[in-house]
Write a protein that binds this ligand. Structure first.
Ligand code: NAD
Length: 412
């Protein structure tokens, strides 16, 4: 790697959903991995899952038996931090809890050799707060993989305030070695992708309360070309994930936008894994079937919240969801969280099922012309409120007759 940094030996802490995919991804690239989890059963299950994955690859003719054996031999379970002393890179993928991650980083810092890089797979926690638990913040960063980590192409490299350029270079090269599309993101809640997803999903949730039903929202966005509408996506990842986080934090439960999610979870409708969520699923099937009971639940909650529901067109659904993505993407660009509009588009194309033919949300906006985007945002602001205020960057670009593609490092 540049500056002589090469990952010869990696470690992963955490053998859950993400840890498993990350380990497979590293071993697929020929990188030896030490694997640590406080729960020995999770490690055993993780090793079994990895072995099964490679066995399936053999059955599908994608790799040879010898390659499968080689990959498996690269993975070694360990039971102490002392065993990690000489690794070049560790990727932490334990529960999403800041205090827990800080404790782990403190231990890693005191155990690993001084030039080792310490990375967290956190989805949204503050990388600087994690780095502050160590005496080597220049060597701490986020490596945000997407689920399943051995299949999804996107890797968000999250740069902390003190992460050194050499460490970012090393991370970029690791991304390349793993065959990922790597994008560097600044440190803010949700980084690039999940920050945009939040405004988009919230717009979809608002439209449920205003009069749409989940299947209509999903169908409209899928007709535009999204791999999956937001409510089908929540069913796949688990409606309960955010609900549990809200419950644990004791925050955000009374937000009107999450009342439908809350009600679904209280009914045990956690999504595909529970056989029911925003949709229902026949036993053993992943096919999302319309559920009139969910439409009735949505209408009931909206009425209780005082909404007067109306018919919402598919066009309005698509436009509001896309414009929410564009306006948040513009703020991300303006704050230099992303280096350029192409990076924002890459994140959305490779991590969130945005239609490739459209080129990404900011290319879509450039193709429509930012003056027209600004006019639509202004119209939405007058109808629905200040959260539709156009990002200052859009106003500056329109005034200069330019597009998002002309922005580099936050500058026009
Ligand atoms: P998970 O619950 O599936 O697995 C977490 C694992 O961490 C468990 O095996 C647990 O035994 C282990 N663990 C807990 N405390 C530990 C400790 N002190 N030392 C060692 N191991 C410990 O979680 P997950 O879904 O794999 O998520 C892991 C991280 O990845 C979280 O920060 C999450 O936000 C992030 N993430 C998750 C997804 C996703 O879709 N699941 C996507 C991107 C990022």
């Amino acid at each position: 790697m540049s500056n002589g940094f090469e990952v010869r030996q990696a470690a992963v802490v955490g053998a859950g959903t993400m840890g498993r995919g990350i380990v497979i991804s590293l071993a697929n690239a020929g990188i030896p991995v030490l694997w640590l989890d406080t729960n020995a059963q999770m490690l055993t299950a993780g090793l079994e899952m990895a072995a099964e994955f490679w066995a399936q690859q053999v059955v599908k003719g994608r790799i040879s038996t010898a390659q499968a054996e080689q990959s498996l031999a690269l993975v070694q379970a360990v039971d102490s931090y002392a065993a990690l002393a000489d690794v070049d890179l560790v990727i932490e993928a334990v529960y999403e809890n800041l205090a827990l991650k800080q404790e782990i980083f403190r231990t890693l810092d005191s155990t690993l050799k001084p030039d080792a890089i310490l990375a967290s797979n956190t989805s949204a926690l503050d990388i600087d707060a994690i780095a502050s638990a160590t005496r080597r913040p220049a060597q701490v960063l986020g490596l945000h993989f997407f689920s399943p980590a051995h299949i999804m192409k996107l890797l968000e490299i999250v740069r902390g305030a003190q992460t050194s350029p050499a460490v970012l270079d090393a991370a970029r090269q690791l991304g390349q070695r793993l065959g990922k599309v790597a994008v560097v993101a600044g440190n803010c809640p949700g980084f690039i992708g999940n920050r945009m997803l939040k405004t988009y999903a919230n717009e979809a949730r608002k439209m449920l309360l205003e009069g749409a039903v989940p299947q209509q929202v999903d169908t409209a966005l899928q007709a535009f070309g999204f791999a999956m509408g937001p409510f089908r996506m929540y069913d796949v990842v688990g409606v309960d994930l955010e609900w549990r986080a809200r419950t644990l934090a004791g925050q955000g439960m009374d937000n009107p936008l999450v009342q439908v999610d809350n009600a679904l979870c209280e009914l045990g409708r956690f999504g595909q894994k529970a056989g029911q969520g925003y949709y229902h699923y026949a036993a053993g099937s992943r096919e999302a079937c319309h559920d009139a009971a969910v439409d009735a639940l949505v209408a009931q909650i909206a009425n209780d919240l005082g909404y007067r529901r109306r018919l919402i067109s598919d066009q309005e659904i698509v436009e509001r969801c896309l414009l929410a993505l564009v306006n948040e993407g513009a703020k991300i660009l303006e704050e230099n969280i992303a280096a350029n509009s192409h990076d924002v588009d890459l994140v959305y194309l490779n991590g969130y099922g945005f239609p490739a033919a459209v080129g990404g949300p900011l290319s879509w906006a450039d193709a429509r012309g930012l003056a027209s985007i600004q006019a639509r945002l202004e119209d939405l602001r007058s109808k629905f409120g200040e959260h539709w205020q156009a990002a200052a960057l859009i106003e500056r670009l329109v005034a200069a007759g330019k597009g998002f593609a002309d922005v580099e490092q936050g500058r026009v």
